[in-house]
Design a protein around this ligand. Structure first.
Ligand SMILES: [Zn+2]
Length: 177
């Protein structure tokens, strides 16, 4: 039976809470209800839900470009409350900590997907033009059918958000839903 997978990217407190160290703004807050519904939908179908989670060392090189955020073991690196309890209770939750934009870089994600053999990977999360884009690129490099929900992704930069959706669809062959 072909399996679909939901990939939830960086729905973490530092990005989604107004007092988070790299808060992505109202556009990001606005996708929370959609993301929660999508997670519940996949859970009700007993399909795997993969949470890709920024988890940096305190002195990570990425902090030359962005304010310190999502340091491993800190509150800011936790899933937002709306998702944390769902993830905790669900047996098919897979958490993948990462230190760069791509969920594949120095993580076990490649192997996890090889084992799951999904017919399609469905994607939600932040930011559309950063971690979503560079993770989706690697999904497409591996020929996974990829579906990105326009109501389920957001960025602090609205123009970059729109550009990234176009780029994913026109250049990477992503299906926009
Ligand atoms: Zn980061």
């Amino acid at each position: 039976m072909p399996r679909k997978v939901l990939m939830v990217i960086d729905m973490l407190k530092d990005f989604l809470e107004p007092d988070g160290s790299l808060y992505c703004g109202q556009a990001a807050r606005d996708i929370v209800p959609f993301v929660v519904e999508k997670v519940k939908e996949f859970m009700s179908q007993n399909e795997p839900v993969i949470f890709i989670m920024d988890a940096h060392e305190p002195e990570d090189a990425e902090f030359a470009l962005f304010p310190t955020h999502c340091v491993y073991g800190t509150r800011g690196a936790e899933l937002i409350e709306e998702l944390a309890s769902l993830a905790e209770e669900y047996p098919f939750t897979i958490k993948v900590p990462k230190t760069r934009y791509s969920g594949f870089f120095r993580t076990g994600l490649s192997k996890i997907l090889e084992d799951l053999q999904p017919e399609a990977v469905h994607v939600v999360g932040v930011c559309t033009n950063i971690c979503v884009l560079y993770t989706v690129e690697e999904l497409r490099n591996r020929d996974y059918r990829t579906i990105v929900y326009q109501k389920g992704v957001a960025s602090f930069d609205e123009e970059a958000h729109r550009w990234a959706l176009k780029q994913m669809q026109a250049v990477l062959g992503v299906e926009l839903a």
